[in-house]
Write a protein that binds this ligand. Structure first.
Ligand code: CUA
Length: 155
């Protein structure tokens, strides 16, 4: 092995360790949740939103060409949402503005993330994985309400 090959190998190992260290640091020291692919939830292909406790909700969301179901989600302020995401067809992405939510929606898999909405307002979300002709229309929003206690979904 020549000298430059060795150097490239050492540098790439150092970079890998650095990236891995950054993930460990984010999840341990900064308490940032890393998205998880879960295996203990029954597969679903229809969307559901239900309350699981005071200020706690569960959303099963389905991505498909070219929409999210549901596309409008109303929740009261202070809600913690357990979000389960899957796809009906191909790989999509899911990103919520102003929130640390960035998931992939993959057919046959369910990805999970927990998010809390402490402030009222509108949080738009969109597909961030190019998924075909109408990818740019694949979006929706969370509407976080100040007073209401009843969650609703609408298409
Ligand atoms: Cu779905 Cu882009």
């Amino acid at each position: 092995m020549d000298k430059s090959e060795k150097l490239a190998l050492i540098l790439s190992m150092m970079l890998l360790s650095l990236f891995f260290g950054a993930i460990v640091y984010a999840s341990m020291a900064r308490n940032i949740e890393v998205p998880t692919c879960i295996t203990d939830v029954e597969p679903f292909l229809t969307d559901t939103l239900f309350q699981t406790g005071p200020d706690e909700y569960e959303l099963q969301m389905v991505a498909r060409m070219w929409a999210f179901q549901p596309s409008v989600i109303r929740l009261p302020k202070g809600s913690t949402l357990n979000l389960y995401l899957t796809s009906q067809d191909i790989i999509h992405g899911f990103k919520v503005e102003r929130k640390n939510v960035n998931l992939m929606a993959a057919p046959g898999a369910i990805n999970y993330l927990q998010v809390t909405f402490d402030e009222a307002g509108e949080y738009k979300f969109a597909c961030h994985e190019f998924c075909g002709a109408a990818h740019h229309t694949m979006a929706g929003r969370f509407i976080i309400e100040d007073d209401s206690n009843e969650p609703e979904t609408a298409e």
